[in-house]
Design a protein around this ligand. Sequence first.
Ligand code: TYM
Length: 339
Amino acid sequence: MTKRIFSGMQPTNQLQLGNYLGALKNWVSLQNEGDNECIFCVVDLHAITKTYDKEGLTQATREVAAAYIAAGIDTDKSTLFAQSSVPGHSQLMWLLATMAQMGKLSRMTQFKDKAGKNTEKAGLGLYSYPVLMAADILLYNATHVPVGEDQKQHLELARDLAATFNTRYDIEHFIQPEPYIMGAGTRVMSLRDGTQKMSKSAESDMTRINLTDDADTIAKKIKKAKTDAEPVPSSEGDFENRPEAKNLMTIYSALSGEDMNALFSQFGGKTFGEFKPALADVAVSHLEPITTRMNQLMEDPQEIDKILIKGGEKCNATRTTILTKKQWILWVFGKGKTC
Ligand code: TYM
């Protein structure tokens, strides 16, 4: 069976290493494997759940698209587009919103993190963010969704909504999408606190490696990354209560493709002063070509716009969704069950 892969990233700030290792790197492997049909989206509607400036958002949308291409997304093989260019996402979201329970949405950890203590002031957009994400996926009847670990709960909701929809409208329309949480870097942590996720929205730039960072900046951030006074771990047991050590070794493993046991033999017992330059070398040799290509692509923003527009047109034209297949209003009133 052909797998239909769908995933996306928000154009908020620069993409960081966690986005790359937890998602983008895996998208490229999935694109190049078998006859997978891949659709990758820049989720600009999700990015406006917080205040934004219009030009900044346009620029960030292009930068994310450039990062996808620079990392290896081939626009002849995969569809690349911006979420806001396909109205079906927000239309389907409304139908799903009528089935999404407030209780479930209130338990979403990402909402709790982002809304902070003052949930009264949080916007409906932030609250319903996972419903729009479910719509993104279900609109294409994606079978697999490659994401980092932090998106697992949102994927569960998408699966629930698919099942609820099918029951409510008495139709086997939506497939239950499977999360694809792959590889060593499913949860990359902050360089300054191994208990916090690396994030593009964290205040300090020193907590993350951005895909736009040059070689010197990467080396500096790794050199200053928090560690402890113990030597580099030699076994899994040595990771106990040492989240920063575990994180740096995980990043090494995810970038180099070497498994952790190989790293224990190579670096175990050495100092972090010896390990960190080796990690910086691996990071630079892996990321530098991507950054260079991204910068080249960003020199021609119109070309990126053309790619995004073409992708959006393809999605609008070829994705016959339940919204376009049925004469929706008549169909709902004729067939929908009362809840
Ligand atoms: P975003 O932009 O916050 O994250 C994009 C992807 O990067 C992964 N990620 C990480 N993986 C490992 N370690 C980290 N520190 C790290 N930080 C981020 C995320 O898991 C994600 O895969 N809600 C989505 C965007 C979205 C989406 C969708 C994804 C909207 N609609 C439909 C898939 C399908 C998000 O987290 O974006």
